[in-house]
Every structure is written in structure tokens, then in C-alpha cells.
Design a binder for this molecule. Structure first.
Ligand SMILES: CC(C)(COP(=O)(O)OP(=O)(O)OC[C@H]1O[C@@H](n2cnc3c(N)ncnc32)[C@H](O)[C@@H]1OP(=O)(O)O)[C@@H](O)C(=O)NCCC(=O)NCCS
Length: 161
């Protein structure tokens, strides 16, 4: 199964915390929000309250439009509204430097690299980058994003798409 199919399956899974960015009926982005994983994080950090962003993907035809940033700002705002301390994410890079551009991009956006460690299980020289930002309200977001939780109508529509 490709990662796109995997994500598409998650969208229709009622118990999986998947969020989609939809504009005018078009699916422009997707992310999952989960607990901080053991990979790349200490037990002490995992005990802190945080949203861990995983599988964030924006529509390739909208590259450069800043949609990934909208997703990130939404997560910072949601975490703050819920009284959580952090938003975190991880990036895996390989020995050829694949994905290092993404780490640089996230750093430019304000993400702090907490640590970079060798992947304990994956073959090859895979590095696990742990990134974090403190949660914070984003007052300008209300003009851009309306958050809808448990949108069953949307889920049904995406399931049949
Ligand atoms: C990562 C992502 C969500 C960011 O979305 P966005 O904020 O809308 O940003 P863009 O798609 O415009 O990309 C921004 C920059 O990141 C770079 N970038 C994006 N994905 C990258 C990757 N996998 N490896 C290296 N660089 C990447 C882009 O080339 C671009 O670089 P530039 O600013 O020098 O032009 C989006 O690029 C995406 O869906 N990427 C593919 C899936 C992915 O790698 N997800 C991350 C999982 S941790």
C-alpha cells in the first residue's frame, strides 16, 4: 500500500485522529495528531502534554502556498486551546541528505531541533530529527481556518471519493 493510500484509509477510520484541510470541497492537506512517540523523545518529554504532528502532507499543486504553515499554526493554536505545552514533529533523513531540506524549512519556520539521533532499527544511516515549538494562540487564524471536529458528512464524502 502506498503512503498516500495508507493516509486515505486513515481519513475514513473513525478512531484515528486525522485532520484534513479542505477549501471549497477540495482536500488541500492532511495531518494526524497523536501522542509523542518513544522514537526521538525521552520519557520525561513524553510525560509533557503535546500534540505530535505526523504524516503531514499538502497537495503538491499548492506547493509554495504555505499550506503546511497553516497546518502548523492550527496545531499550535489547538494545543494552546487545550492547555497543552508543545507541538512536536519528527523528520527522518538519510545519509544522502534526503529530507534535510525539510528540516531546514521547518527551522526557518521557527521549529527548534530538540535532537537528532541515529534511527535504532532502520538499516542505513537514517537520522531521526525531533522538532518542537511551544504551543501558542494564533489570533489571525480565525480568519483563515474554521475547525470542525467529528465531521461525519465530510468523512462519508471522502470515503466514497
Ligand atoms: C512538508 C510539507 C507538508 C510542507 O508543506 P508547505 O508548508 O505547504 O511547504 P511547501 O510544499 O511549499 O514546501 C516548502 C519547502 O520545503 C521543501 N520540502 C518539502 N518537502 C520536502 C522533503 N520531503 N524533502 C526536502 N525538502 C522538502 C520544499 O522543497 C520547499 O522548499 P523551498 O522553501 O526551498 O522552496 C509538503 O511539502 C509536503 O506535503 N511534502 C511531502 C510530504 C512530506 O515530506 N511530509 C513531511 C512528513 S515529516
Amino acid at each position: 500500500m502506498s503512503s498516500a493510500e495508507h493516509l486515505a484509509d486513515q481519513v475514513t477510520e473513525p478512531d484515528w485522529p486525522v485532520w484534513v484541510l479542505v477549501d471549497d470541497g477540495l482536500l488541500l492537506g492532511i495531518t494526524t495528531t497523536d501522542d509523542t512517540p518513544a522514537l526521538g523523545w525521552t520519557d520525561q518529554e513524553r510525560a509533557e502534554s503535546a500534540i505530535f504532528l505526523q504524516s503531514t502532507v499538502t497537495h503538491p499543486t499548492r506547493a509554495g502556498a504555505g499550506l503546511g504553515m497553516v497546518v502548523a499554526f492550527w496545531a499550535l493554536d489547538r494545543a494552546a486551546r487545550r492547555g497543552q505545552q508543545w507541538v512536536r514533529r519528527g523528520v527522518l533523513s538519510d545519509s544522502e541528505g534526503g529530507n534535510l531540506g525539510l528540516v531546514r524549512y521547518y527551522r526557518r519556520q521557527g521549529w527548534r531541533v530538540v535532537r537528532a539521533v541515529p534511527h535504532p532499527r532502520k538499516p542505513g544511516e537514517i537520522t531521526v530529527w525531533s522538532l518542537a515549538r511551544p504551543a501558542g494562540r494564533q489570533p489571525d487564524l480565525v480568519d483563515i481556518v474554521t475547525e470542525v471536529e467529528h465531521d461525519d458528512e465530510l468523512r462519508t464524502r471522502l470515503a466514497s471519493a
